[in-house]
Design a protein around this ligand. Structure first.
Ligand SMILES: C[S@@+](CC[C@H](N)C(=O)[O-])C[C@H]1O[C@@H](n2cnc3c(N)ncnc32)[C@H](O)[C@@H]1O
Length: 240
């Protein structure tokens, strides 16, 4: 099983309580969509259904919802309904989107997930086979910026410039960046959050000793997050 799946799955039942920032991000993303009547909505890396729940608060005006995630534990937490189809698939694989067709008026969403693309260009090329408008919220390398500086770590996720350049290969896109800060009462709480939130993903490479040293030298009482919000229209030539 790939490492990131374990990270999210291990804490799946507690995930909602450790996902304060992701909850805000999903709400902002959903509010960007000018809802008319959507035929089918595809949510890539749907997790426990934060996007779906926000959409249901705003509108019930869609026919079908496809919830895609590679973690069966996360999919199990996603709401069920007769118009929800759950797909267990890895967005790093060739087959993930092969049989997905949304029809006219469909929309593709992804909130707080695509930062884990192994190869962003590859995954976007697959997603762009679905000729629909897309709305993405993607954490950038400036997430945990100061923490990474103090620890001398390079962020394992994409910088904003690479995200933008790659997205623009496949979509006419507009971007908005938002920064978030999450305050903690103690360093211990902060590091527990990093471990359990699923934001840190692949970067669990610090030893216990290194983590302890980092907790002592990180003087901020908050963690930093940066999220790139994307609205993308598919290039005409890609639809034919
Ligand atoms: C931080 S959570 C966000 C979940 C949800 N979109 C939200 O806004 O709360 C990231 C989700 O992406 C999923 N994920 C990560 N890598 C994936 C991959 N390669 N293929 C499919 N899903 C993936 C994880 O299992 C997890 O549910």
């Amino acid at each position: 099983m790939p490492e990131v799946v374990e990270e999210f799955s291990r804490f799946a039942s507690q995930y909602d309580s450790y996902s304060i920032i992701q909850a805000q991000v999903a709400k902002t993303l959903v509010e960007m969509i000018p809802f008319g009547h959507q035929t089918t909505i595809l949510d890539i890396g749907c997790g426990s259904g934060m996007v779906y729940k926000n959409i249901m608060e705003l509108t019930r005006s869609f026919d079908n919802f496809i919830a895609l995630d590679f973690s069966p534990q996360m999919l199990a937490l996603h709401p069920c309904a007769t118009n929800i189809e759950k797909i267990e698939a890895d967005f790093n694989s060739f087959h993930a989107f092969k049989n997905i067709s949304l029809g006219e008026g469909g929309v593709v969403l992804s909130s707080s997930a695509l930062q884990w693309c192994k190869d962003l260009d590859f995954t976007l090329a697959q997603i762009a086979q679905i000729p629909c408008q897309v709305y993405f919220a993607i954490f950038t390398a400036n997430t945990f910026k100061t923490l990474h500086q103090v620890a001398g770590i390079t962020s394992p996720i994409y910088p904003q410039s690479i995200l933008k350049d790659t997205i623009q290969k496949y979509y006419h896109a507009s971007f908005e960046t938002k920064e978030y800060r999450l305050e903690f009462g103690s360093a211990r709480e902060m590091f527990r959050y990093i471990k359990k939130s699923g934001v840190s993903g692949r970067e669990r490479k610090l030893t216990y000793k290194q983590t302890k040293a980092l907790m002592e030298s990180y003087t901020l009482n908050y963690l930093e997050f940066e999220v790139l919000f994307v609205k993308g229209d598919i290039f005409e030539s890609k639809t034919t």
